[in-house]
Design a protein around this ligand. Structure first.
Ligand code: PLP
Length: 259
């Protein structure tokens, strides 16, 4: 298997790693091609890396991976645990690339706060497993499945995903202005929909700490980024309020002489 990205840092203390994966640099199609051997079963990737720091390999890269997988008769697997269920403005992030994975893991937003995860597969890929070959104590439990069904009812309402896209655009524009106003603090903004990241020039925890004091919950990620992941039902007023708080808090942050 090939995994695109670099998670070494996050694995500290969590070893041993699952064997059989070769990691290649994110977005590097030549490295991915070079890593494919007779033994390669598939390619696994997050369409936008979450913990990695909202790192986007780009939609054309995902299309290239789809082509590569088809060419070699191997599987394309997507981890949409963070990007899925509307987070990027589409039900699943891979839809932006106009492709489909063979196998996909989803969780988080699937339960709207209730714990549930799911593994989806095309009929062809699923043929590799038979009922009962991979059990799980709480797998398929009726309460969690009912909750996920209710979440899907909401997320699949015709106005829901357009709302996420609209709010994502507004938030990104406002944050881009903030990045411009604080060039000592931020290097760039990236992300899609309501999965946004600010890459920092100062330690990202300084930014998350400052925003926490303003009662704004953000989360540090790899690449010295701060993740902004508001609820998908966030309103325009709330985004404007959050941006005013972020702007104000950062203006008070003494970057040249941090406390
Ligand atoms: C992209 C991604 N994949 C997988 C996981 C792990 O998911 P779970 O906690 O459901 O095992 C996470 C958790 O943060 C994640 O962000």
């Amino acid at each position: 298997m090939i995994a695109a990205g670099n998670q070494e840092k996050h694995l500290a203390g969590f070893g041993p790693k699952v064997e059989g994966f070769d990691q290649v640099p994110l977005g590097d199609i030549e490295a991915t091609k070079a890593a494919i051997t007779e033994e390669t079963a598939g390619i696994l990737i997050e369409p936008v890396q979450g913990e990695g720091g909202i790192r986007e390999p780009g939609w054309p890269f995902l299309r290239q991976l789809r082509e590569l997988a088809d060419e070699h008769g191997i599987l394309l697997l997507m981890d949409e645990v963070q990007t899925g269920m509307g987070r990027t403005g589409k039900l699943f992030a891979h839809e932006w690339a106009g492709i489909e994975p063979d196998i996909m893991g989803i969780a988080k937003g699937l339960g709207g706060g209730f714990p549930i995860g799911a593994c989806l597969a095309t009929e062809e890929a699923a043929a590799g497993m038979t009922a009962g070959s991979h059990g799980s104590t709480f797998g398929g439990n009726p309460l969690a499945a009912a909750v996920a069904n209710a979440v899907l009812d909401v997320v699949l309402e015709p106005e829901f995903l357009p709302h996420v896209q609209k709010m994502g655009l507004l938030f990104k524009q406002r944050l881009a202005e903030i990045v411009d106003r604080h060039p000592d603090i931020f290097a760039e903004i990236r992300g899609e929909g309501l999965m946004l990241g600010l890459v920092c020039k100062i330690p990202n925890t300084m930014v998350t700490g400052t925003l926490f004091a303003e009662k704004l919950l953000t989360v540090a990620a790899g690449d010295n980024a701060v993740r902004l992941l508001p609820p998908l039902i966030v309103t325009e007023t709330e985004i404007r309020e959050a941006c005013a708080k972020i702007d104000g808090a950062l203006a008070r942050l003494n970057v040249t002489n941090p406390a």
